[in-house]
Write a protein that binds this ligand. Structure first.
Ligand code: ATP
Ligand code: PMV
Length: 360
């Protein structure tokens, strides 16, 4: 049996702007995982996960590509991740066979509601790792990232891949995305191996220092939110060509660069200022584009962080899910947690998942 794992993530800053190639963001990996167990099988493949109900997804191959027995299902991360790794393996001359995947996740609560900790990225990365190990592919972390992003593009073409980078590389990272439209076009004409082997302009993953003088605290609103709905509302041509959007991208870039510099210098006041600016920018974006990024619960989460000498912001697309607070490392956590409890914000007792392999 092969076992693999992949970590969850939190956005620290740069959400939405990171969807445009080359715009920076900061993310952190967290120690909650999706796990995959792979066992060989005979004449068909199966995927077991609570996400699919009681029955596993059954798959076979048609002309070397993965097809689900139930073809009425929309494209889904796990089958697409299997298909992407298998294309890569077959292009390298590997002969393909069948196996079962059993998936378990710590990124949903007991009722199956997602926390917003990047379960789609973690399940994709864990699947890529398991299937690659099964075929003896010996991938570098960068190759795992690239295969995971190529798979994701098939399901969600606007996704930045920041969540995948955090899951693959661990720790605190600065991330900017490659052009996924260009990658999708290449996938129609080139081999997966050629795309993975090439340089991806605008892709950048680099380590950022974990702040020693600040601690990261995570609150969950209890409301799962749909990232793709918000991102697609912002994808309209008119909006993307507006002066407001251009200004947002510039201001976000400056804010994230300031945050990275402050984190690298362990400048706590500077980092807190950047978090407040990032919150303000998301709030302006939300108003301008009529989204509801900072819900009343997320606003309460941020107010509580400010009240105890820290700074808070929604993490990710907003509209629910999680928010983060950064507090001076010496601050007592109890007053923040009391305020959160009064506001029905649940503290997620997460730690940063440490760096795993160097981004090249
Ligand atoms: N345990 C799992 N087994 C199989 N597929 C999963 C699992 N967890 C997540 N997924 C896939 O990921 C999708 C959830 O992705 P979505 O982007 O909505 O959530 P998320 O990545 O956890 O949250 P966020 O994007 O806010 O961080 C599910 O619909 C499913 O396709
Ligand atoms: C809005 C966006 O920038 C962040 C989404 O974050 P999350 O998946 O909601 O945690 C989208 C993306 O990066 O793909």
């Amino acid at each position: 049996m092969i076992r693999s794992q992949a970590a969850g993530k939190l956005f620290v800053a740069g959400e939405y702007a990171v969807v445009e190639p080359g715009n920076p963001s900061v993310l952190v990996a967290v120690d909650r995982f999706v796990s995959v167990e792979l066992t060989p099988s005979v004449d068909q493949g199966r995927i077991h996960s609570d996400q699919y109900g009681r029955q596993p997804l059954v798959w076979r191959r048609d002309a070397g590509r993965i097809v689900l027995e139930r073809q009425d299902r929309p494209a889904d991360y796990v089958p697409v991740a299997i298909d992407t790794v298998e294309r890569f393996a077959a292009e390298r001359g590997t002969s393909l066979s069948f196996y079962e995947l059993a998936i378990t996740s710590e990124l949903d609560d007991v009722n199956g509601r997602k926390f917003g900790l990047g379960s789609s990225a973690a399940v994709t990365v864990a699947t890529v790792r398991a299937v690659a190990e099964y075929y003896g592919l010996d991938l570098t972390p960068l190759e795992v990232f690239k295969l995971s992003l190529l798979a994701t593009i098939d399901v969600n073409p606007r996704a930045s891949g920041g969540d995948i980078a955090a899951s693959v590389f661990g720790g605190w990272i600065a991330y900017s995305a490659p052009d996924r439209e260009a990658l999708a076009a290449r996938l129609r004409t080139e081999s997966v191996a050629a795309i993975v082997g090439s340089d991806w302009p605008d892709l950048s993953v680099r380590r950022v220092s974990a702040p020693r003088s600040l601690r990261l605290v995570v609150g969950w609103t209890g409301e799962p939110a749909s990232t793709s709905r918000y991102v697609s509302e912002l994808s309209g041509r008119q909006w993307r060509q507006s002066a407001h959007y251009e200004r947002f991208l510039d201001a976000s870039g400056a804010c994230v660069s300031g945050l990275i510099a402050a984190l690298d210098a362990d400048d706590a006041p500077g980092a807190l200022r950047s978090i407040r600016t990032a919150r303000g920018l998301l709030s302006e974006l939300s108003t301008a584009a009529s989204l509801n990024i900072e819900t009343p619960e997320l606003a309460a989460l941020c107010r509580a962080a400010e009240a105890v000498g820290g700074a808070g912001k929604p993490s990710g697309a907003g509209g629910g899910d999680c928010g983060i607070a950064l507090l001076p490392a010496e601050a007592d956590l109890a007053p923040l947690l009391r305020r959160w409890e009064q506001e029905d914000i649940r503290h997620l007792a997460l730690q940063v998942h440490p760096p795993e392999g160097e981004p090249e």
